[in-house]
Design a protein around this ligand. Structure first.
Ligand code: ADP
Ligand code: AMP
Length: 216
């Protein structure tokens, strides 16, 4: 089962991708998490990616595509994966499609988690992230059991640098310009499915399970 999560920054892609990964036993692959791990470890890739991420811009395709193709070629991806935050541009989608075509494979579904821009700023200012295991919380909607501590791994939760209101506004502009065209791209391939992302996260997940049901 190969799934792509689409949606604006903060729509709940990561939240749903983790639930899908847990239920169906496939890895959750977030390019944002990979970049943040590289920033934390001070790698050259991290230093380069941070310049773009802090400004709310996309990391160039040349850097992003390579790390994604390396990741999906690992053994744990043999039964599929959930991609969260990739592709974010048409060229990225084309590279992925060509790579899969070469091995006579394809993406099963692109799931668009639909949340209007008005809801996004509130979501992002309340988001708290764990840089160790990638879990995300919301101070009001999805609070951790102990304030500031990750339920999953016990590490400290942070407010991401790029979740400040000004950066989120820029990320939304970038989303509409560069990422939203993917909705058309996957509609044409007849694999786009849209879910309402404004309801409780468990209700969103029920909708997704209905879509994926026959693939389980
Ligand atoms: P994305 O991966 O699309 O950027 P996240 O999954 O990190 O988004 O979610 C953004 C924020 O919104 C997080 O703080 C998360 O806990 C919260 N969130 C996710 N889904 C919902 C939901 N259905 N209702 C309310 N808040 C949600
Ligand atoms: P995310 O964790 O998915 O919200 O991503 C955080 C940031 O990482 C984005 O705002 C981009 O700067 C960068 N990023 C993550 N995935 C990609 C991608 N597929 N293409 C380009 N930049 C990306």
């Amino acid at each position: 089962m190969k799934i792509i999560m689409l949606g604006a920054p903060g729509a709940g892609k990561g939240t749903q991708a983790k639930m899908i990964a847990d239920k169906y036993g496939v890895p959750h692959i977030s390019t944002g998490d990979i970049f943040r791990a590289n920033i934390k470890n001070g790698t050259q890739l991290g230093i380069e990616a941070k310049k773009y991420m802090d400004q709310g811009m996309l990391v160039p395709d040349e850097l992003t595509v390579k790390i994604l193709l390396d990741r999906v070629s690992k053994d744990d991806c043999s039964r599929g994966y959930v991609l969260d935050g990739f592709p974010r541009t048409i060229p990225q989608a084309e590279v992925l499609e060509n790579a899969l075509n070469k091995i006579h494979d394809q993406i099963d579904y692109a799931i668009d988690v639909d949340v209007p821009d008005e809801n996004i700023i509130n979501r992002m200012s309340g988001r708290r992230a764990c840089l160790s295991c990638g879990a995300t919380y919301h101070v009001v909607h999805v609070p951790p059991k102990a304030e500031g501590i990750c339920d999953r791994c016990g590490n400290e939760l942070i407010l991401r640098d790029d979740d400040k209101a000004e950066t989120v506004k820029k990320r939304l502009v970038v989303y509409h310009e560069q990422t939203q065209p993917l909705i058309d791209f996957y509609t044409k391939r007849e694999i786009l499915r849209t879910v309402n992302g404004t309801v409780d996260m468990n209700v969103v997940f029920e909708e997704i399970v209905k879509i994926l049901g026959e693939k389980a």
